[in-house]
Design a protein around this ligand. Structure first.
Ligand code: NDP
Ligand code: HSE
Length: 452
């Protein structure tokens, strides 16, 4: 028999009104597939007369979110407000009442996820968050359920549409970062205050959430190494292209070899002992080989490349934001929460393994990769010799060199592709190189990913 579950929504903006519209269109479809009819009972907003991407029926609207969350007839809550203060109160209040909560709020999960998931578990309910990472791409469900039988050894994600849009246009048009950002803001592709996106923090929130799911322990966002795209210049994109690469802002997760303790005196200590899972969790601009599928993910699109130890390589592609794509993710969570309520079984694969918190996030200095380095140098005899001496002393190999031909004595770019080395070693060598009198500007260093 068809059962009914009552939903209360807090937030009726881009995502919230998108969900209202999507439910109007497809609630019947969900009901036919799940046997549960989701009835939207109330939508709380800040101001009733605010313009909205999709209309919300006036009789559903209120400005009193507490009345919605506390209404005993409302069985599940969607938090679509954003931010970390009011949203935390809303989510905590609903979870403590034992109501499942659906959120799209990556900033909230990043700041308070551990506490919120623990509260949900304590009160026998679930916190759903498919829409918080990569909008319409069902990557949370894939990691949480689809890959439950896999160790996720590698994950590479283009998870910020704004950065991908800017980098795509810089490459296609040969344009500067500042000009493209300005135009993206004018067209509504970038926020007026763009730093959350372009400085990598939005990607940091998302990759922290994916890392906690993939690696099985709560990853503190403070441990996620982040570089944004402000320092990426047209010239770097052009030289990368000459070398066969495209620059993308990648969120990267990798399982690294476990550290071992130095052999000690006792026979017990002499055995090397692994210290638990060591993982890389980072966000930085990366040179991606043009032959790799991620190099061809353009404009505002997102993509996540996941390698599991059983499944091998998989790829997820789609819109990472927008009212309809994000609503699609919320609908998926609503259906799961409705099924939980229908069958009274709120047991899902946990968002991270609470029984095993032994993993650690490696410091970026310890993480090895290949590098693209752009130096600005005086073209005088001995320049290359001094630079290669410093790299050689640090045991860093050069795999390729480009210096555009110019007149002797001129300042020219010198591009070096470096073999694999730890970030700390390369940073120390570049710091020495930058002090050479022949080096005329701070070195630019961008990591290169080989997807091995
Ligand atoms: P909007 O700013 O468009 O909507 C926020 C909503 O919250 C508005 O409807 C606003 O009311 C309401 N609100 C604010 N304060 C209160 C309050 N005190 N009481 C009740 N309602 C309140 O944000 P988005 O829809 O874009 O984002 C919502 C969430 O979804 C965020 O966490 C965001 O990170 C996430 N997200 C957004 C995506 C997108 O494409 N936009 C993609 C993926 C995730 P009013 O309308 O009256 O101002
Ligand atoms: N600002 C984000 C992006 C969308 O540019 O991808 C919301 O997650």
């Amino acid at each position: 028999m068809m059962q009914q579950v009552t939903l209360g929504m807090i937030g009726g903006g881009t995502v919230g009104s998108g969900v209202v519209n999507a439910l109007q269109r497809n609630a019947d479809l969900i009901a036919s597939r799940t046997g549960v009819n989701i009835r939207l009972a109330r939508v709380a907003v800040k101001a009733l007369d605010e313009p909205r991407p999709y209309p919300i029926p006036a009789e559903l609207m209120t400005t009193d979110w507490q009345a919605v969350v506390n209404d005993p007839e409302i069985q599940m809550i969607a938090e679509l407000v954003g931010g970390t203060t009011l949203a935390r109160t809303i989510v905590m209040t609903a979870l403590k009442l034992g109501k499942p909560v659906i959120t799209a709020n990556k900033a909230l999960l990043s700041a308070h996820g551990e506490e919120l998931f623990a509260t949900a578990a304590r009160h026998g309910t679930n916190l759903y968050y498919e829409a918080s990472v990569c909008g319409g791409i069902p990557i949370i469900k894939a990691l949480r359920e689809g890959f439950v039988g896999n160790r996720i050894t590698h994950l590479y994600g283009i998870v910020n549409g704004t950065c991908n849009y800017i980098l795509t246009r810089m490459k296609l048009e040969g344009a500067d970062f500042t000009a493209v950002l300005k135009d993206a803001q004018a067209q509504g592709y970038a926020e007026a205050e763009p730093s959350l996106d372009i400085d990598g923090h939005d990607a940091q929130h998302k990759i922290g959430i994916l890392a906690s799911l993939a690696h099985g322990f709560w990853v503190n966002p403070k441990d996620v190494y982040v570089e944004g795209i402000r320092h990426i210049s047209r010239i770097d994109i052009q030289f990368a292209e000459k070398l066969g690469y495209t620059i993308k802002l990648l969120g990267i997760l990798k399982i690294l070899p476990a550290k071992t303790t130095a052999p000690g005196r006792s026979s017990k200590a002499r055995k090397s002992t692994p210290e638990g899972a060591r993982v890389q969790v980072s966000v930085y601009p990366t040179l991606v080989p043009n032959s790799h599928v991620l190099a061809n993910v353009n404009q505002v699109f997102n993509a996540v490349f996941v390698r599991g130890d059983i499944v091998g390589d998989t790829l997820f592609y789609g819109r990472g934001a927008g009212k309809d794509a994000t609503a699609s993710a919320v609908l998926s969570d609503l259906a799961d929460a409705a099924l939980d309520l229908k069958f009274g079984t709120p047991h899902r694969v946990p968002p991270f393994a609470t029984h095993d918190k032994k993993g650690t996030v490696a410091k970026i200095e310890e993480v090895a990769s290949r590098y693209f380095v752009r130096l600005t140098v005086s073209d005088v005899p001995g320049t290359m010799a001094r630079i290669t001496k410093i790299l050689g002393d640090a045991r860093i190999g050069i795999s390729s060199v480009i210096q555009p031909e110019g007149h002797e004595g001129e300042t020219v770019p010198l591009i070096l592709m470096l073999h694999k080395a730890s970030s700390g070693t390369v940073s120390a060598a570049l710091s020495r190189i930058s002090r050479l009198p022949v080096v005329k500007a701070p070195p630019v260093m961008i990591r290169v990913e080989t997807f091995d």
